[in-house]
Design a protein. Structure first.
Length: 335
């Protein structure tokens, strides 16, 4: 009998944390799973660790060959999967023992096709990432960045086999795939509002070269999705919006005002987006420069029209204090 769930575990020189990841998979309370592990041409002990896991537990299957990169490994693992669901995990992350049981139940309850979860950070960073929960919130958040923690994903195998990770989206393959799937109204997204995965952060994770490639790819994906997902009246603004919505871009005062106006227009055309937009205008304010106490009325209007979620209240307070302090500093240096 085929398993219901297939973990897809791509590995490349992953020996340092791989055994911990394997142990977290093996500890699942839901036991009807397999793990398809792809050794992507590793030169360290990765293959030996995988083969030892397969020797101990026949639910682990190992594919090994020359290096082809992450996207090829993901698609190869999905193609080899026998389960009805694909569970993603990376070779340095840990999943909670109840992960599969909770996600399968949540997918059944809400009739989901792609389901992530909240994540907790381990390693060099601490804290949690509370991703948007509902299908509507996730589709809106895709205008800005990926709202799904990639290694937390549980998705229908048939969907991922029909829509492989795009080969032309290096380092943003998950964002590109979710935006592609979001074009289909029948696909339902969700995130379990519970930490089911511990995401490891460390210095060797993303090189500067990869960051540059990710930035270019994500910008292209964002603009393409905005041209599809924005209300018709705002679609002519898709290119400018996609540029200014880049999460790492610092905005000047004029760009901040442009985004304020854009948020108000989007709210007027999509009133149902009110709850989700609170987080995004606040993030935009955080990366804007040149704002001052003179902008306080605009910030107050945004806060009243699109209240940030409770988890962002400290950030709102910090940004409000920044406006006050900017006025204080200006007065101190004024001749």
């Amino acid at each position: 009998m085929n398993p219901l769930v297939s973990f897809v575990l791509p590995c490349f020189n992953s020996a340092e944390y791989l055994q911990q990841t394997i142990d977290s998979i093996a500890a699942q309370t839901y036991t009807h799973w397999e793990c398809v592990a792809i050794d992507d041409g590793s030169s360290d002990a990765t293959l030996a660790i995988l083969l030892a896991a397969a020797e101990r537990d026949s639910r682990f299957r190992v594919i090994t060959r020359e290096n082809r990169g992450l996207i090829a490994s993901l698609n190869e693992g999905i193609a080899a999967a026998r389960g009805e669901w694909i569970a993603r995990i990376d070779a340095d992350d840990l999943c909670r023992s109840e992960r599969l049981a909770v996600q399968l139940g949540y997918c059944a309850q809400w009739q989901l096709d792609v389901c992530g979860s909240w994540v907790g950070f381990i390693g060099e960073r601490r804290g949690e990432w509370h991703t948007p929960v509902t299908d509507a919130q996730i589709r809106l958040a895709l205008l800005f960045n990926t709202p799904l923690a990639h290694p937390s994903i549980l998705a229908r195998t048939s969907l991922l086999k029909a829509h492989p990770y795009p080969a032309d989206a290096p380092h943003a393959e998950d964002y590109a795939l979710w935006c592609q799937l979001a074009r289909q109204p029948s696909v339902r997204f969700g995130n379990v509002p519970q930490v089911l995965l511990h995401y490891r952060t460390h210095r060797g994770q993303v090189t500067q070269a990869k960051k540059a490639a990710l930035l270019i790819t994500a910008q292209r994906v964002r603009e393409d999705y905005a041209g599809h997902a924005l209300p018709v009246a705002l679609q002519p603004l898709a290119a400018e919006f996609a540029k200014l919505a880049e999460p790492s871009r610092l905005l000047n005062h004029a760009e901040w005002r442009w985004m304020c106006d854009f948020f108000r227009q989007l709210l007027a055309l999509r009133p149902e987006s009110r709850g989700a937009l609170g987080e995004w205008w606040l993030d935009t304010l955080q990366r804007s420069r040149g704002v001052s106490l003179l902008d306080a009325p605009a910030v107050l209007r945004l806060a009243l029209q699109m209240p940030p979620p409770k988890a962002e209240r400290k950030k709102l307070l910090k940004q409000s204090l920044r406006l006050v302090m900017s006025d204080y500093v200006w007065r101190k240096v004024k001749p």
